[in-house]
Design a binder for this molecule. Structure first.
Ligand code: ASC
Length: 151
């Protein structure tokens, strides 16, 4: 209980601070690439735990669902700021040139993902609602991967 209260407070602080503090704060393109890859890795780990519940691989657990949903919702706001101009080189990555060529379209797709992720926490308390919200986030991930990610 105390741990999850602390985690929730930390995530709330992160969600408030992140938009200002991460804007254009990268010394090198490589740092921006590592940052966004790290954010996607964290999101995938926690989103995958929700997926395991939604798909019946592990039993539904309301507390775990809420914690994982809070992480996905908070971290979903981070990677978009790390695709700025010039961050297409500096380290291996899978983002297509279209990310920078169609930057407005990419940002809109990223915003849709973050909006869908923001709806996960409210849905976490109910397995059917969670499944619906999970599906919306997964569709937003896939939409962006199809257009903007290699392979
Ligand atoms: C995941 C994950 C993604 C998305 C995507 C949905 O669990 O890591 O990138 O779902 O596969 O199509």
């Amino acid at each position: 209980m105390r741990h999850s209260a602390h985690a929730a407070a930390l995530l709330a602080a992160l969600a408030v601070l992140a938009p200002q503090s991460v804007q254009a704060q990268f010394a090198k393109s490589e740092d921006a690439i590592k940052y966004r890859q790290g954010a996607f890795t964290v999101m995938a780990a926690h989103f995958g735990r929700i997926g395991a519940m939604v798909n019946g691989r592990v039993p539904y657990d309301a507390k775990a669902a809420a914690e994982n949903a809070a992480v996905v919702a908070a971290v979903s706001r981070l990677p978009l700021s790390a695709f700025g101009p010039g961050t297409d080189t500096g380290r291996d990555h899978r983002a297509k040139p279209e990310v920078w060529r169609d930057a407005a379209k990419f940002q809109a797709a990223g915003d849709r993902m973050a909006e869908a992720a923001a709806r996960l926490p409210a849905a976490a308390g109910d397995p059917a609602a969670l499944k619906t919200a999970f599906g919306a986030v997964a569709a937003s991930c896939k939409g962006c991967h199809d257009d903007f990610r290699k392979d």
